[in-house]
Design a protein around this ligand. Structure first.
Ligand SMILES: NC(=O)c1ccc[n+]([C@@H]2O[C@H](COP(=O)([O-])OP(=O)(O)OC[C@H]3O[C@@H](n4cnc5c(N)ncnc54)[C@H](OP(=O)(O)O)[C@@H]3O)[C@@H](O)[C@H]2O)c1
Length: 210
């Protein structure tokens, strides 16, 4: 069992919180609007409500926020995130869906890591799963793959155990700079959504051939 704090109250927060509770994890919900946070926690039986800016209860802190505000939120928490594993789910995609808003050669996760206190470990995960796909979980007997990237092996092991508790399959892709590749997968999905698949009821994963 993991102890998770989720910062954000939107689609990804709700989907992750629901699956995390079903998987037997402790879940804390944190929002900038305490009334809204209470409302979401009440809808998810078993979740607690945390205080924005205070030390999160969870060992793993999920940033379920738009990329535009994520690094600033991490800076605001500052040392309150000391020692935490920080999961970055963001897709820092430009509004025209043709590229990224991150600096050339970097990724959202690497920019967020720059804002994190020493001793916190950022792991990219979940950005390649649409929130409703994540909420629904494994479909048609196939595992849903969650690609992860991060520099700290212990942090990735903890995130992998959390992913397994959700009934999903962790797929380590390497160190944090691989987040660039994962964010490109997010962009690829938006391209597929727009140009060929025409909906978002799909996921990308690995078929292991024997
Ligand atoms: N939706 C998907 O299918 C999907 C899939 C993969 C990855 N992602 C990524 O996941 C992240 C969240 O997406 P989402 O769809 O869950 O977004 P969303 O439904 O719009 O929710 C965003 C949440 O972030 C909160 N927020 C925004 N700025 C904040 C700040 N400065 N401090 C505290 N909270 C703040 C909002 O709070 P308020 O309610 O107070 O406005 C809202 O609860 C994004 O980075 C997105 O790229 C989304």
């Amino acid at each position: 069992m993991s102890s998770i704090s989720i910062i954000g109250l939107g689609n990804m927060a709700g989907a992750l919180a629901g699956r995390a509770l079903a998987g037997g994890n402790a879940v804390e919900i944190i929002g900038r609007d305490p009334a809204k946070a209470k409302e979401l926690a009440a809808a998810l039986s078993g979740a607690t409500v945390g205080t924005a800016g205070a030390v999160p209860a969870g060992d793993i802190v999920v940033l379920a926020l738009p990329y535009a505000g994520a690094a600033a939120v991490v800076s605001e928490y500052g040392d309150a995130l000391q020692g935490k594993v920080i999961i970055d789910v963001t897709n820092p995609v430009a509004p025209d869906l043709q590229g990224f808003v991150t600096p050339e050669g970097s990724s959202g996760a690497q920019e967020i890591a720059k804002a994190a206190p020493a001793g916190a470990h950022v792991v990219k995960a979940f950005n390649t799963l649409f929130s409703h796909v994540l909420a629904a979980g494994p479909a048609e007997g196939r595992p849903l793959d969650v690609f992860i990237a991060g520099d700290d092996a212990e942090a990735k092991a903890r995130v992998s155990a959390f992913i397994e508790s959700l009934g999903l399959r962790p797929m380590d892709t390497g160190k944090l700079p691989m987040a660039r590749a994962l964010e490109n997968v997010g962009l690829l999905e938006l391209g597929l959504m727009t140009h060929s698949v025409k909906h978002t009821n799909f996921s990308l994963g690995i078929t292991l051939l024997s």
